[in-house]
Structures are given as structure tokens and as C-alpha cells.
Design a binder for this molecule. Sequence first.
Ligand code: 13P
Length: 257
Amino acid sequence: MMKEMRKIIIGANWKMNKTPQEGVELVSELKEQLGALGDMEVVICPPYPALLPVGAELSGTDMVLGAQNLYWEKEGAYTGEVSPGMLKACGCEYVIIGHSERRHVFGETDDEVAKKVRAALDEGLKPILCVGELLEEREAGKTEAVVKRQLEAALAEVSAEEVSEIVIAYEPVWAIGTGKASTADDAQRVAHFIRQLLAKGYGNEKAEAVRIQYGGSVKPDNVRAFLEQPDVDGALVGGASLKAAVFAELVKNSREG
Ligand code: 13P
């Protein structure tokens, strides 16, 4: 499969921003500014309390809903957690898993990430699996080793039939929220490495079907450079997804090839 056959996917990770009302306003403005998306996907990932109203505001548009996290159990005494089935019932199609803030602020382990990926797939949710190295790991030349460890752990229980349901987001931690994006060449190098790992595990054809995003200080003026790379199929966007005009420009720039 060629890159052209993989649908571009832009994710808006709002992180811990926007009340339900603010989220609905943002999406309402986005709808006015974006119009029809054409052959690409835009996934809006609000915080839990905004999922339902934002999902309702998205209905009838080309944009779809995603969550930022989940817990792997179906139900029970897990105070503060949210199950895959609950997300599905809120209309989520995607769920971000293993974001660097989950890993580094909340201490999420590779093993927990793997359980979350498995639980999402079991519920019919598509994981956006985040991987990426810390600055000190990069400076020590360990980028590939870290990405390999995170990827292999997360995909340990994922079959060849399921792997194309997963989107992989390569987000170098030092590029997140810093304004210092990776170069497009570097993003391509790691995205290609990820695809090679997928090919080793699942064969070439399956690996070619998986979409790989770059994330970390993606803005309207640099998104195109990432998307022009042969192994980069989309972007996962934090800060630049919080203002309708900025995010609409970013989405438009990413589809004008
Ligand atoms: P920024 O776009 O704010 O750097 O955040 C990236 C990110 O973490 C998306 O998940």
C-alpha cells in the first residue's frame, strides 16, 4: 500500500482545557470555518465532561470524537476511572492511549498502556497510541530503543488483523508544548523506524496500512512539512487545537498537498 492510500488523520488533543460549554463553542466555530473535510479524518478529543455535548455538536459533520484516556476494566470499584464501554456510549470512535503526560506526570507504565490498548480494541475503540523519547534519552542516542520498547510492549497482545485499527502518534516529549517541533526529517526517520518495526511484527502489507502521526508543537505553518514525509500520515495537536481559527487553518494546510 502506498502512502496515498492512508487517510490523513489530524487529532485535536485538548488536554485539560475547555468546559463543556467552551468545547461546544469551539466546535461550533470550527464547523463554520472548516466546511466539508474531503478525504481526511479530524478527531476531536475533549476532556471527559465535554464528551457528550461536544459529540452532539459534531454530529452531522465529518469530524469524529475521541477520548484522552481510559481504564481497562469494564466496570466496578475504580473511583475516578472511566471504562471503554462508557466512552463508546458517549460516541467515541478513538481514544488516545499512553500520552507522554500520562506516562510522565501520572506514572503510567508500558504494561498499563498495553492493557489499555487491548481494552480499547475489545470495545471497538480505535487507539491512538503515543510513543516518544525524553530529551535526555534523545541526547543519549536512545530514541529508537525507547520507541521500540514502548511500541513492542503496547502491541504485545495485538493481532495482525487488529493492527491497522491503531494509529501511532510519535510525540518526542521535548517537542510537546515547547514550541520546538522536531524537524520533518527527524519525524520521518522515527516514523519510518516505527513502520519497519510493524513490518517485522506483522508483515509489510499490514505495516503499510497503519497510520503514523507526528505530535509536538505542530502549528498551521509547519504541519505541511510533516505531512509531506513518506511515513507521516497525520498530526496530533495540542496547543494549536484550542482556537478555532488556528486549528481550522492547520486542518486546511494539511489537506492542501
Ligand atoms: P502541543 O501541540 O501543544 O505541543 O502538544 C502536543 C501533544 O501533546 C498532542 O498530544
